[in-house]
Design a protein around this ligand. Sequence first.
Ligand SMILES: O=C(O)c1cc(=O)[nH]c(=O)n1[C@@H]1O[C@H](COP(=O)(O)O)[C@@H](O)[C@H]1O
Length: 309
Amino acid sequence: MIQKLADKIKKTHAPICVGLDPMLNYIPEHILKKAFAEYGETLEGAAEAIWQYNKGIIDATYDLIPSVKPQIAMYEQFGIEGLKAFKKTVDYCHEKDLIVIGDVKRGDIGSTSAAYATGHLGKVTVGSKTYAAFDEDFATVNPYLGTDGIKPFIDVCKEEKKGIFILVKTSNPSSGEFQDRLIDGRPLYEWVGEKVAEWGADHMGDTYSYVGAVVGATYPEMGKVLRKVMPKSFILVPGYGAQGGKGADLVHFFNEDGLGAVVNSSRGIIAAYKQEKYAKFGSENYADASRAAVEDMIADIDGALNAVK
Ligand SMILES: O=C(O)c1cc(=O)[nH]c(=O)n1[C@@H]1O[C@H](COP(=O)(O)O)[C@@H](O)[C@H]1O
């Protein structure tokens, strides 16, 4: 799967991932109206609206991009109905041959991590049968519990040829409270980055490891350091667009081969029609606005990478 990600990035020239983080207030009126007419203003109605909204964006962008990243909290807030919409979205993206990064940010004691890994990346056994429950290709994982919280994910990834992205330096304003703390003279994120490289050496693809890292676009200098600490890990880079990250900030997240990073934008793409720049599309054509925003994001990153060649 890590090779598929690298190959798809090469084919599309788009080291990006569209963040499918639907919120009801981004969903155009015509979609909400239809879903509520069918299911009422219920959790089911919300889930139907989310699904139709996602489908529109996927249909309008799938040929341009290698991957998507649905963030499960946006679905979970609608309970079981929301989770059904999450699963429908994952399956539909697979039908479109997109790589799905499940942004689930799990991690616990070993036995519990094993269950998370089984549910999101592996197969669960029921009597004589096995089922891939959520079946994403990658999952985001929190390393706070240490090696025994990570190992079960790697075990499942080895069986399934899937991967994880481990939080190393997150994009949010408070990420430094813990992550930048110096331990023996070095920031915690560097120690975590070193562990990512070590864990990753145990599950390598042809050139890149199945164990990647998350480093926010909002911290480019730290990204530059971490790129060197984890040369064989893909870095998932959130924080582009709505959080302020720009193409020029991202060049050092990439390796010399032009690979090694996949940049996420969620609100900047899925709610593009609400931005002045794309307002001309109107809410009816929200998916065309998303396509235009994807094209602009690809051009921005490509331009920044070419400028430093
Ligand atoms: O793991 C992530 O994807 C993640 C890590 C991080 O450090 N910062 C971060 O924003 N994210 C996720 O990336 C997405 C960013 O959304 P936008 O700011 O709308 O592009 C959300 O799904 C966040 O949960």
